[in-house]
Design a protein around this ligand. Sequence first.
Ligand SMILES: NC(=O)c1ccc[n+]([C@@H]2O[C@H](COP(=O)([O-])OP(=O)(O)OC[C@H]3O[C@@H](n4cnc5c(N)ncnc54)[C@H](OP(=O)(O)O)[C@@H]3O)[C@@H](O)[C@H]2O)c1
Length: 340
Amino acid sequence: MINIPSHNRRFVLKTRPTDLPSNENFRIETLPVSRPKDGHLLVRVLSVALSPWQNQRLKDFKNYTKPFEIGELIDCDVIGQIISEETGDFSPGKLVTGRLGWQEIAEASPEDLQLVSNDFEETMWLTALSSPGLTAYCAMDLFGRPMPGQTLVVTSAAGSVGSFAIQLGVMAGMHVIGIAGTEEKCNVVEDTLGANKCLNYNDPSFSEKLASACPEGVDLFFDTLGANIADTVFDNLAKYATVLVVGRTNSNNSETPHLDYVNMRQLWAKEAQIQCFSRYSYPERWSFAREKMMKLCRHGKLKEIKTTAIGFENTPMALRDMLSGKALGKMIVKYSEAIG
Ligand SMILES: NC(=O)c1ccc[n+]([C@@H]2O[C@H](COP(=O)([O-])OP(=O)(O)OC[C@H]3O[C@@H](n4cnc5c(N)ncnc54)[C@H](OP(=O)(O)O)[C@@H]3O)[C@@H](O)[C@H]2O)c1
């Protein structure tokens, strides 16, 4: 039997950040752990996955998600271990994933948890087989429709979603160009993920280098970033290009998250199609996408890139580091080790 700790620590929102969050925007609450409601389970959180949508929800602006309330637990996907009595398939010691948030011990109903198989490294359940992998797979499968020989450009290419979009494009035989914020990230995108080229948007010759990397124009633009970097890609679109709008990280992180840039001139001139995408609109596709991603992982065709921070207390600053581009791949914060 696994011991149940007497107290749970959790981060709640204290104040809203203007641009990037830091420690002063959060408060730690310590609460007694009580016996779970009938049919519910207790989960010890082992690792949490940090994502830019958490920063979106810290701010109060018109968006597709609801802002966190002041005093609300900060939500996120986690991997955890069951520590309460057996309930159906969920026995003590089993590993699960779910959206349980920045806390050490969570109470959850079985419907909100998914059992994790041992075939994959634990963190894969927060990367390839979770939101980042499913987002890249569903967006590419439903709307990207990658074709061999076409040119694909991916922003935040060394990021969590971007790294899978790059690899799916490479597997489809596309000419794949990544965009990232440092030379180190660009090297990983080329050497580990297999992109034909990755360009550093901080390089003063970025625009010229992008134009020469896409001599036939960009057929598919997988964009999680927006702003002036997206506008530079719009200057290089092929005729009838598809722009897959998957995120707006740049404006999310700014003091004006409700605003963005768009160079409509080139979109119109190239008769481009803009397809906005949220994976939350396609829940019926998730298990299909997860199966496909599992198969690719089993065949060693997908690589996970990640950065790991250690310790519950370090969660807010790990979010800040990830948002300011200091993380490679998925930012994961490890809270505790699995027992047994
Ligand atoms: N549509 C959906 O269903 C869906 C699902 C999941 C995520 N998303 C969205 O997709 C985006 C990416 O999510 P993710 O989890 O994969 O995050 P991520 O790309 O791993 O992390 C954010 C990255 O954004 C870049 N960045 C941050 N601020 C920037 C700035 N001002 N200018 C340029 N680059 C900046 C940094 O990379 P560099 O160092 O390379 O700049 C940073 O590493 C987010 O906007 C998220 O909300 C959408």
